[in-house]
Design a protein. Structure first.
Lengths: 196, 196
């Protein structure tokens, strides 16, 4: 299959991480967001939502939305439990990530790293909601190795991508010991160099 | 099972609609958001995200996030196709709804209906993004009865709840014929009185 994405986007990195853990050899096709390459007619023919990542299947059919792609790739593997309740608890975190985490953690980082805004100029409401999201993760992870069970699932992968870079958006991860321990465990599982 | 929710919230109505279509007789337990009832210690013990809806299973275990609940209730039924690609196309819309639709369509309605803001005082960026979301739905629905296949799925249910009330938030549905036709078909399937 082919993964169309931009490696500066955590949403795309999620898919790359999952493919790596699953030992897949999908081709990565770079899409430069800053050059508007997700808005060209050719791209919109693949994904009319105009967003990366896109998973292109062997037969040319496409799936959009990072967490929908994670679910598709992970079905029937250890990255997504089959048991309905556990699967629902994974879904709970996937939807929470898109609504209550990404719009604050990722957006603050985008504005500091890519728009060059100083952290002090970020929208205080976004910063507050981002800290609330990190506090929630810290509470959930207390005494746990991963979000669901004893090993990594797509719930961890979805949350890791932007959380491990949250400090670049002005968030302070250091006082959150459960969170930083979890980041380290995820990075070890994924073979990533420590982020901070 | 028990559905904890507030009937003023479209996210809660999604679950009520799905339960109705599935012929379930779950008990509805009212939670008054405006009175802060989703932030009490008893509620947070059910859902530490502090949000409605919550599905409480017979054994007391709980599932949060409207779209995770929809997926859980719909598994193995006609509301969620088993075929992996079609299921991924449902997921695509569920995640898109939470990231690119609800934060604009639902939030504008909340501000006009519950905070009494005139539509002219809404954040123009939110209004623009809300219109973009409705335009996307209009394009996707052209020539189709429902979003996935010939009958209603949880992708339709998730998108219907706030879309059918979008006019209350100042959005003009009338010029969008594919969208209003789809709303009517969903309302017929659900036995709802026409919304506009």
């Amino acid at each position: 299959m082919r993964i169309h994405g931009d490696l500066n986007s955590g949403n795309c990195l999620k898919v790359v991480y999952a493919a790596r853990l699953l030992g897949r050899d999908d081709t990565f096709v770079p899409v430069d967001l800053m050059k508007g390459e997700a808005r060209t007619p050719a791209f919109l023919a693949m994904n009319d939502m105009g967003q990366v990542p896109v998973l292109e299947l062997e037969d040319g059919r496409c799936i959009a939305q990072s967490n929908a792609i994670l679910r598709y790739l992970a079905r029937g593997t250890a990255l997504l439990p089959d048991e309905p309740f556990l699967q629902a608890k994974v879904d709970e975190l996937l939807f929470w990530e898109q609504y209550s985490h990404e719009p604050y953690i990722a957006v603050c980082r985008f504005e500091t790293v890519y728009l060059g805004k100083p952290a002090s100029a970020l929208d205080p409401d976004k910063v507050k909601r981002g800290n609330n999201a990190l506090d929630f993760m810290e509470r959930r992870l207390a005494g746990r190795r991963f979000f669901i069970g004893e090993d990594i699932t797509i719930a961890d992968i979805a949350l890791l991508a932007y959380t491990r870079l949250a400090h670049e958006g002005g968030f302070d991860l250091a006082p959150r010991a459960a969170l930083t321990g979890w980041i380290k465990r995820c990075e070890d599982r994924l073979g990533l160099a420590p982020s901070a």
